[in-house]
Ligand binder design. Structure first.
Ligand code: NAD
Ligand code: 0WE
Length: 265
């Protein structure tokens, strides 16, 4: 029997087959969950619909998470279709391109606030509407990145947003814990997705991550999907407010160079 048999999951943030959200969706489907999908803007519908169909889902609805009306409408539709929910996945992030690079001190107020609005406040917006749909408790999981904890080049506005997102995970976990709702995040290693494709130097970052991570590996969408199955399942019943690293061990390193680079002559 699948780990998520009988559970109903709503997944935000599938843009295409490379999306981390899609890795989660495939793993959830394998484990027997019933799925619903929400996408950001009109032109994504023709990409997401066939993917949803391939995992037996015909709930595919648009929702720009920066608009309260969109989020309200989305959860009304979800309630009509599913009645209750067990799982919500937040796999959403956005910052203006000019605020993912350049000098941190030159970052615009608007860029900073937009990144926080779409990438961090949106988790609160989803949790607020998910709570009444989770009378039997539930699990909410967001995706984050280590640049929230430690300084990484170029992640600038998103780093601020992810630090807030992780903080919101802890505060939501405390707020929703008495309702039986768990809130966690997965801090994934770098993965080549649509959101990563426009980033200059991303290939170098991937190569370096593979070379220095303890497991000498790059994380895949499938790895994140499987970790997300665990976190969303009853096996993780007493895990909440947690930031779980799925990054081949990269986060434990104190110095991210190969031994050769650091100590070789
Ligand atoms: P992706 O581009 O496939 O997914 C990002 C999603 O955010 C897209 O589906 C996009 O449509 C959605 N989105 C953006 N603005 C939105 C809005 N206003 N309303 C609704 N949805 C909106 O890229 P991904 O890499 O799969 O990113 C998913 C999550 O994983 C993000 O939170 C990202 O920060 C996180 N993450 C990514 C990596 C990586 O290296 N790719 C690593 C760690 C964490
Ligand atoms: O969260 C992310 C990326 C999210 C993202 C990507 C884009 C590209 C297109 C948010 N906003 C935008 N805006 C755009 O206009 N990741 C964890 C992937 C990522 O992005 C980086 C990274 C890594 C890793 C940016 C700089 C440095 C490292």
């Amino acid at each position: 029997m699948g780990l998520l048999e009988g559970k109903k999951a709503l997944i935000f943030g599938v843009a295409n087959k490379d999306s981390i959200g899609w890795g989660v969706a495939k793993a959830f489907h394998r484990e027997g969950a019933t799925l619903g999908f929400s996408y950001a803007y009109e032109s994504l519908e023709r990409r997401v619909t066939p993917l949803a169909e391939s995992v037996g889902s015909d709930f595919v609805e648009m929702c720009d998470v920066s608009k309260d009306e969109d989020v309200d409408t989305l959860f009304e539709k979800a309630q009509k279709r599913f009645g209750t929910l067990d799982i919500v996945i937040h796999s959403i992030g956005f910052a203006p391109k000019e605020d993912l690079g350049g000098r941190y001190s030159e970052m615009s107020r608007d860029g900073f606030l937009l990144a926080v609005n779409i990438s961090a406040y949106s988790l609160v917006a989803l949790a607020k509407r998910a709570r009444p749909l989770m009378p039997n408790g539930g699990s909410i999981t967001a995706m984050t990145y280590i640049a929230s904890e430690r300084v990484m080049p170029r992640y600038n506005a998103m780093a601020a947003a992810k630090a807030l997102l992780e903080n919101a995970v802890r505060y939501l976990a405390a707020d929703l814990g008495p309702d039986g709702i768990r809130v966690n995040a997965i801090s994934a290693g770098p993965i080549k997705t649509l959101a990563a494709s426009g980033i200059g130097g991303f290939r170098k970052l991937l190569r370096a991550s593979e070379q220095v991570s303890p497991l000498r590996a790059l994380v895949t969408q499938e790895d994140v999907g499987n970790a997300c199955v665990f976190l969303s399942s009853d096996w993780a019943r007493y895990i909440t407010g947690e930031i779980m690293h799925v990054d081949a061990g990269y986060n434990i390193l104190g110095f991210t160079a190969t031994e050769e680079e650091l100590l070789g002559d």
